[in-house]
Design a protein around this ligand. Structure first.
Ligand code: GTP
Ligand code: MG
Length: 302
């Protein structure tokens, strides 16, 4: 089990998709795209990598983000190997050096992927590599471009070499064990993130309300939930043009990813303050995390 960690937007999901060899996690240019763990599996003749893509670790400002960060830390504590992804092209200091320190304390094997080298000149990479090497946390430091695939094979080899012996957790054909409803909700959220700006991506949750599979057709009814009426108006667009555009892109993505034909019935709804609403977050966005948080609360007597 490999936890893939890093600051928001470092390229974790892009790298997981590359390592698995197909798209399991959605990607966007906006930070905080991944909101909960997404599992991707790569099976080879002599090893199986179970990759846990996680939300970017940052200083959370609301309940939803606190749960996201909590989810990432939980993934780190339950894994055999940690893969830290760092955006080497970033100018400002990110959370990654302190995250490297956290990984070091856990004393688990760790690999560093210095990502986005397609955007960085070599002389800039060397001091970064030296700084991370000095921490003595990582068995391998691999410069990569998750976007072009450059160096990704080396990450695979480095991870495989650190894996513990054990039985495979998933059958060889399983690459994305998350539920179909979850995956479809994410495929709807992806074009919505791409087509909107400012606070809308952060205020949007997507929930699949029903899913019916007929022979050739999957019929999905889903809600896009935002926090304010103004956001709803933008998401619907002039005479429904925006939601139609999102629907068309999501339908195509679902058909390409899951095969067969899809019919998506999308509704835009408003739910004020959902990002702070434990009941809603627990029910539709972060069910697993709440379960984990609750049981750890109970066991620690808090
Ligand atoms: N140039 C370049 N862009 C990259 C590379 N890897 C990822 N990106 C881009 O960086 C952006 C963020 O990628 P994601 O994979 O969503 O990043 P993430 O770390 O999963 O982000 P969160 O889920 O928000 O924490 C996207 O626009 C990607 O296309 C890379 O190697 N080179
Ligand atoms: Mg991501």
């Amino acid at each position: 089990m490999v936890a893939v960690l890093g600051a928001p937007n470092a390229g974790k999901s892009t790298l997981v998709n590359r390592l698995v060899g197909e798209k399991v996690a959605i990607v966007s240019e906006k930070p905080q795209t991944t909101r909960r763990r997404v599992i991707g599996v790569r099976t080879e003749q002599d090893f199986q990598l179970v990759l846990m893509d996680t939300p970017g670790i940052h200083h959370p400002e609301d309940r939803m983000n606190a749960l996201m960060v909590r989810d990432s830390r939980d993934a780190l504590e339950g894994c055999d190997v940690a893969l830290l992804v760092v955006d080497a092209s970033e100018q400002r200091i990110s959370a990654s050096p302190s995250l490297a320190g956290e990984i070091g304390k856990l004393r688990i094997p760790a690999v560093l992927a210095l990502n986005k080298i397609d955007r960085v000149k070599k002389p800039r990479l060397l001091p970064l590599l030296r700084d991370y090497a000095e921490l003595s946390v990582f068995s391998d430091l691999v410069p990569i471009s998750a976007l072009t695939g450059d160096g990704v094979r080396d990450v695979l080899v480095a991870l495989a070499k650190n894996l513990p012996e054990g039985p495979a957790l998933f059958p060889p054909s399983e690459k994305a064990p998350d539920s179909l409803a979850e995956k479809i909700a994410e495929q709807i959220r992806e074009p919505a993130l791409e087509l909107t700006r400012a606070e809308i991506p952060y205020s949007l949750a997507v929930v699949v309300d029903s899913l019916r599979q007929e022979t050739e057709l999957t019929v999905v009814s889903a809600s896009l939930i935002v926090e304010r009426e103004g956001q709803k108006a933008i998401l619907v667009g002039k005479r429904g043009s925006m939601i139609r555009q999102i629907g068309t892109a999501a339908r195509r993505a679902c058909e390409e990813r899951f095969g067969g034909r899809f019919y998506l019935d999308l509704k835009v709804r408003t739910r004020a303050g959902w990002r702070e609403d434990d009941e809603f977050l627990g029910r539709v966005v972060h069910r697993d995390v709440l379960e984990i948080t609750d049981s750890s609360r109970k066991s620690s007597g808090r």
